[in-house]
Design a binder for this molecule. Structure first.
Ligand SMILES: Cc1cc2nc3c(=O)[nH]c(=O)nc-3n(C[C@H](O)[C@H](O)[C@H](O)COP(=O)(O)OP(=O)(O)OC[C@H]3O[C@@H](n4cnc5c(N)ncnc54)[C@H](O)[C@@H]3O)c2cc1C
Length: 280
């Protein structure tokens, strides 16, 4: 296992902003990860997947940070039943590719989301425009609470829009998720795949540092009007509403200021904005 102290961690996030972690761990496998979590006892820690939904606002993170995407890498597929069990550290784009290889109707709609399975389940990642989310075909989630290994059914995960029960259980680690997909002819799935990628093609934030949608609930027109505003180093994306991009070397305080501006703008118009990002 790798262990770094006073380690800058902005580079492990897609937004590329933020300070350092007092202790940063990269376990090599599931055993190392669970033993480490066990050793923390009741002390809190933070889990990092691909860091694509995280804004690191703090200069210093005192809680230990554990990166999952080097451990929890197993993918077990039964092509006959269409059932697959995927480690939480697996990139969902790899999971989708593995499914396609054996003719399963993978969620190709989610191919544009740079998530690990753990991060995707935690966030119930999805694409509203394509009517698809990671929880659609989920059967169960295997978790570790520091003492016990248990399994939660889809119902127990209480998924809703970009939400799961894990938001209320910060000390619960998702170890793996089990999904079930139907078989599908390869020409049909290839066409769905093209549609999925095409729909996201023109979004400017895909070529810049960002953390995807900022708010899971907001006033769309208001967010449209904020496009292109901000600082030289960071601002609201020019052609994608509800997205903040880092043009390079943005400061965390600048991003906090953009968030505050969006919140105040909503409040002044009597509208509600609910953050999708996880802020550390
Ligand atoms: C270019 C771009 C496009 C995006 N498009 C979309 C989109 O279309 N739809 C969408 O929903 N999102 C989108 N996002 C946001 C983001 O990709 C998703 O929220 C994704 O699910 C986050 O996964 P992650 O592995 O990066 O998790 P992280 O960002 O690393 O973590 C997110 C949260 O999950 C927790 N977590 C991670 N792993 C575990 C685990 N094993 N156990 C328990 N908790 C865990 C973390 O502690 C954190 O609270 C986009 C982001 C970018 C940068």
């Amino acid at each position: 296992m790798k262990h770094f102290q006073r380690h800058p961690i902005a580079k492990y996030t897609t937004l590329k902003v933020g300070g350092y972690a007092d202790n940063f761990y990269i376990p090599n496998d599931r055993e190392e990860l669970t033993e480490l979590i066990q050793s923390f006892g009741s002390h809190q820690f933070l889990l990092l997947g691909n860091g694509s939904n995280i804004f690191i606002k703090s200069k210093r993170i005192k809680k230990p940070v554990l990166m999952t995407n080097k451990s929890l890498k197993d993918v077990d597929i039964d092509a006959t039943t269409g059932k697959l069990r995927v480690g939480a550290g697996v990139d969902i784009r790899k999971m989708i590719a593995d499914c396609l290889r054996v003719g399963l109707r993978a969620p190709v709609e989610l191919l544009t989301i740079p998530a690990t399975v753990g991060g995707a389940v935690y966030m119930n990642a999805g694409r509203t425009s394509m009517n698809s989310s990671i929880s659609d075909n989920l059967i169960e989630v295997e978790v570790f609470d520091g003492k016990h290994f248990t399994t939660l059914s889809r119902k127990e995960c209480t998924f809703s829009h970009r939400y799961s029960v894990f938001h209320r259980r910060p000390q619960t680690t998702i170890l793996s998720a089990t999904f079930q997909y139907d078989r599908i002819p390869s020409d049909v799935i290839q066409s769905l795949k093209r549609t999925s990628i095409e729909a996201a093609k023109d979004k400017d934030y895909r070529n810049l540092a960002s953390a995807g949608s900022v708010f899971k609930k907001c006033d769309y027109q208001l967010m449209q009007s904020l496009r292109g505003t901000g600082f030289r180093r960071t601002g609201f994306a020019r052609n994608t509403p509800n997205c903040i991009v880092n043009y390079g070397d943005a400061y965390a305080w600048q991003i906090s200021a953009l968030l505050a501006y969006a919140y105040v703008s909503h409040r002044l118009r009597g509208k509600q904005a609910i953050l999708e990002w996880q802020v550390w």
